[in-house]
Write a protein that binds this ligand. Sequence first.
Ligand code: AMP
Length: 216
Amino acid sequence: MNLLIIGAPGAGKGTMSELILKNFPLVHVSTGDMLRAAVKNGTPVGLKAQEYMNKGELVPDEVIHDIIVERLSQDDIDNGFLFDGYPRTGAQAVDLDAILNELGKKIDCVINLDIADEELIKRITGRRLCPNCGEIYNIYFFPPKEEGKCDKCGADLIQRKDDNLDSLKVRLGEYHKNTQPVIEYYEAMDLVKQVDASRAIEEVFADVKSILEGLC
Ligand code: AMP
């Protein structure tokens, strides 16, 4: 079973990927993780990718092509994989088909975590963290008992720098522009399963799990 998971920033892609990997024997292939490792290790790919990543821009398709070809040449992907954060552009989706074709493989299912931008804005701008114990709150959905204070340890809650409305709007705009063609590409192949990601984690995962069990 070869899967893709697609979703806007804040849609719960990371959480769903973790739950999928706990329940199904798939290899996780995250271009974001691979690029961060390349940057950390100062490899040629890392040096090329760093400037784009620092600006929050997409890394050029040729760089992504090379890391995907390298990753798919390893034996562990033969039993199935979950692509996370890739393909991010229409050109990457077309390129992936060509790469998989060469390997005699294909994508079996694309999970689209569907959620309205207004909901994402509340999720992200409402997020507050405890710098002391790591507890996460949301002022709209899961507020602390006393405003601005951690229920567990009493520390003052903080907001992450990139959890602000301006940067979120840029990230969402980029996401829709680049990723909508990816969804349309796979919709034309009848591979997309829409999952309403505005619900609680357990409910969203129950849907994802039943979709994947239907494929096994
Ligand atoms: P992520 O962890 O998936 O949000 O990725 C972090 C950063 O890595 C992104 O902001 C991009 O700069 C870069 N990146 C990850 N995956 C891709 C991709 N498929 N295409 C282009 N850039 C990517």
